[in-house]
Design a protein around this ligand. Structure first.
Ligand code: SF4
Length: 281
């Protein structure tokens, strides 16, 4: 099996997820890929990054998976859409990375976050890696678009300390336009997490003139407030850091003229959530 131990791969550790990575797993035979994904013995990772303070509590080690079925117009890491762009990494290699950082993460009251891409496209790998982290006493977070939440059993959900749930917008038509997928499975997963009282941080990317409709934001805030398990809401301002990747990958980027929202604009949206009693930042 080709693995990242061989020299043709860049280091697993990246400066940031904004490094463009592609075709790193494309030499793996398809049958082997399918088998690895089914067992969770191997996964495909864009990279590991360290030192994040925005992907869960404390300082985080983050593993960025490849593969995503959404096509968000504002995606800043479209090189993670295709699973084959990632480095094939055995489960034991990934666990070794966790082991390297576990003491530091505990000292900094941080933990491990599995992000992507959409980690649940590699659900068996995700479950096994998060489980291994938890067994080492590391706080675990799963950053997900929520649409594949039904791949996790209730028991598996219990092994994740925190879900970072990205809800892209409230309006179903807009969701389809924005992500090329339906919103219903996302909301179903949100309700399931609530019924099981699993801690959730809600993440919302604010894109001027796209996801800032006050009525829709208010509806989402109402929904979030009723769930009862949303510990925190993060309003993430749209930015252009990933724009160059769209160009490099020959993808049609349509938001090149959109400016990041002003601090005041972010504040207005944040206040919509706060007005419903949510801790929004
Ligand atoms: S869910 Fe995340 S990784 Fe997938 S397209 Fe949207 S922003 Fe990109």
């Amino acid at each position: 099996m080709n693995t990242a131990t061989e020299l043709q791969y860049p280091p697993l550790q990246a400066e940031s997820p904004f490094e463009l990575r592609r075709n790193l797993g494309s030499k793996m035979p398809e049958a082997q890929v399918r088998q690895a994904l089914a067992s969770g013995e191997m996964g495909f990772l864009h990279s590991f990054t360290t030192g994040s303070t925005v992907d869960g509590p404390g300082v985080r080690l983050v593993a960025w998976t490849t593969g995503c079925q959404f096509r968000c117009l504002y995606c800043h890491n479209p090189d993670t859409w295709n699973v084959n762009n990632g480095i094939p990494v055995t489960l034991s290699m990934a666990i070794e990375q966790l082991r390297k950082y576990r003491h530091g993460l505990k000292v900094m009251a941080g933990g491990f976050t599995l992000s992507g891409g959409e980690p649940l496209l590699q659900d068996r790998f995700a479950v096994r890696l998060l489980g291994a982290a938890q067994n080492m006493g590391i706080h675990t977070a799963l950053d997900t678009n929520g649409s594949l939440g039904n791949r996790l059993s209730d028991q598996e959900l219990n092994a994740i300390d925190l879900v970072l749930l990205d809800i892209k917008c409230w309006n179903p038509e807009l969701h389809q336009y924005l992500t090329a997928t339906a919103i219903d499975p996302v909301l179903q997963f949100a309700r399931r997490l609530a019924s099981r009282k699993r801690p959730v941080w809600l993440r919302y990317v604010l894109v001027p003139d796209l996801t800032d409709d006050p009525h829709d934001v208010g509806q989402l805030a109402n929904f979030a407030a009723q769930l009862g398990n949303i510990e925190r809401v993060d309003i993430l301002p749209f930015h252009q850091l990933g724009q160059y990747k769209w160009k490099e990958l020959n993808l049609n980027y349509t938001l090149q003229h959109v400016q990041p929202p002003s601090a005041q604009h972010v504040g207005i949206v944040r206040d919509s959530f706060r007005a419903r009693g949510l801790n929004a930042y």
